[in-house]
Every structure is written in C-alpha cells, then in structure tokens.
Write a protein that binds this ligand. Sequence first.
Ligand SMILES: Cc1ncc(COP(=O)(O)O)c(C=O)c1O
Length: 384
Amino acid sequence: MKQALAHSWVEISERALVSNIRAHRRLLGSDTKLLAVVKSNAYGHGLELVARVAQKSGQVDWLGVASLREAMALRQAGIRLPILVLSYYHPLSQPELKDGIKHNVSFMVYELKALKTLAQVAQQVATCARVHLKLETGMARLGVSIDKAKSYLRYILRSPYLKLEGIASHFATAESRDQTFLKQQLNTYKKFIKQAGGLVPQDTLQHIAGTAASTAAPEARLSLVRLGIGLYGLWPSAANRQFVQARHHRFRLQPSLTWKTQIIEVQDLPPGTAVGYDRTYVTGRATRMAVMPVGYWDGYDRALSNKGRVLIHGTLCPVIGRICMNIFMADVTGLKNVKVGDEVVLIGKQGRGELTADDMADKTGTINYEIVTRINPLLPRVLV
Ligand SMILES: Cc1ncc(COP(=O)(O)O)c(C=O)c1O
C-alpha cells in the first residue's frame, strides 16, 4: 500500500499483533492479567493504532504508557481500557493531573511528594487517584526502597483520596541466560509482600515481569505482566528466544511492523565513481544505483552507511555511501527493470526476502527496541 504524499510509511499487521497477543495469553493462562506496553508511540508502531487493536482483541486488560500525555491521547481516542503511567509524570501542572485522575488514569508512584500531590488533586476533583507503588528491588532506577515502602503503603491506605491498585517492580536482567539476579529480585519483592502481610488488600495487582521474565520465568508472572516488545513480535534477546523456544515449541512471535519507501531516482554509474557525502564508497564496476527518500531524520540510522541492506524486488541490496538526513542510496546492479516508484522495504518481508529489526540492530550495535522506537513518529502508520 502506497501512502499518498508520504515519502515513507510504516505498515502494521493486525493479524500479527493479534496472533502475538493470543500467543502470550495462552502462555499466561487465566490467572494473570496482561498489560500491553504502548509507550513511546507503541514502540514505534503507532500509539492509538496499537491500543485500538489491543482493546478490540478482548485479550488485553491494561495499557502502559510513559507519560500522562500519552495516557490522555489514548482517552481522547476513545480507549476505555485501564491505563497505567509507568514512569515519570511530574512536575505537572495541576490541571493536567486533574484531567488524568478524572479519566481514570493510574499512576506508578515511588515518591512521597508525588503521593501527596496526587491525593491533593484527587480531593479537588472529589475522587480517588489510582496508584501502583513501585519498589526498588535491584534495578536501581525508579522505585521506593524496601525499608521505606511499608510507610508509603500505609500512607496510601490511610488516604481517602488514594486507591492502591498495584505493587510493582522491574527486572534488570530478565533477558539474559543467567536468571540468578532475576530470582534475587523476585525474592526481595515477594519477601516485602509477605512482610506487609495484612496491609496489602487481596485484589492488589502484583507485577514485575516484562516480556523476557513473563516468557522465561513463569514464577515471575504474578497477577499481571507488562508486555512490550513481545507483543510487537520481537524477542527481548537471542538468549531469551532460545530459552523460551526450547521449552514452548509452539510459541511463535510474528513481527508486526513493515517499514517501506519507494525509489525516487535510478542512475547508472561508471566504475570509479565516489558516491555521496565524504565519498566513502567508490564503485568497483559499472553500477546501477537507486536513490531512496529516507534518511537519519526518519530514523534510518547513519551507522547503516555502507552497511545496511534493503529489499527491492524481493532481493537484498546493499546500502552504498553515507546515509544522509533525508536520502540514502543502494546498489541495485543486476536487478531487472528497476524503476522510480518501485517499493523498497527497510524492515519486513518482500517476496522471499526478509529484513528484521534484529538485523538492523546487529549492524548498528544496538537492540531491536531502539530500532523500532526511533522510526520517526511523523511517518504514517497504517493498519493492514
Ligand atoms: C516499567 C516497564 N515495564 C514493562 C516494560 C516492557 O518491557 P518489554 O518490552 O521487554 O516487554 C518496560 C519497557 O521498557 C518498562 O519500562
């Protein structure tokens, strides 16, 4: 599908997304709720688009976002699922918080100041602010230390304007082969819940696992898992994939994102032609070159200069020269009838060829999470 006026666009397969949601759901069984992490423009897949698919699937219980702004965008788009703001949300102006509380947005909390503000604002709108207390169990990022957590818990439970919905934490090493530290964190978490004993109401959600822990460590699933990368059809790491597939032979993930553009220029270059900025690539033979209207502004990493590959006519073609801000070039010598307007796949399948976010991540020294989240949010996302 070509997008009118778009130089590049992202197609999201509804079938793949739903199949991934179902695959995780089967693994979880009915005792564990599923929170779909749709923060950061749904890992580049399109915030509202993914939230709609998740809601329609009937298999997702919660959505997780990174900011109140994302939460409100979802409410304005008519999303009714419970939404949890996973990380930083203040200092915020009181009107913004009021709106969030009124629209049933839940907040992860780890600071007394935030609890006080939430209670104060909730009182002004005569309702309760919903909170999930985040414990520090070993990630050393955000979270209240275990020795202070009980007093925070009491504070929440005593306040008529705060409702405790969950107690959360986050794993630091879940995607690695060695689960020693994961077990340590889980023990710290469970020990706290045990010690807090009667303080914690029965229906309080307990959650700590993302995709890696949810798939590889069933004991870490507790009453809710927060799944991001795995819902989009990508694996948190090669080690996690190996570990999980050895145990669950029928568990499959399908990448749901395809990133496309089209050729805007074809040139025949004689041998010895230096291509692009800094003349970093010199043709060794007569070369047919295709030019694409995508660059690092779009999220096509400059580190792919002379390293990346794209799919044209189902064939892998090497990127030549430096990636520019809005343009890059590829060697299409040997492809028959290449012409302006032909479809180019940057991530995804074309014919028998496939280029994955993992291929791109390996080439640029990063992780698939970064590859997909950095696709410029201004590019159109289309559900196919
Ligand atoms: C707090 C929190 N929970 C869950 C997730 C989802 O992790 P994953 O994408 O590995 O499933 C993230 C991702 O960054 C996160 O920050």
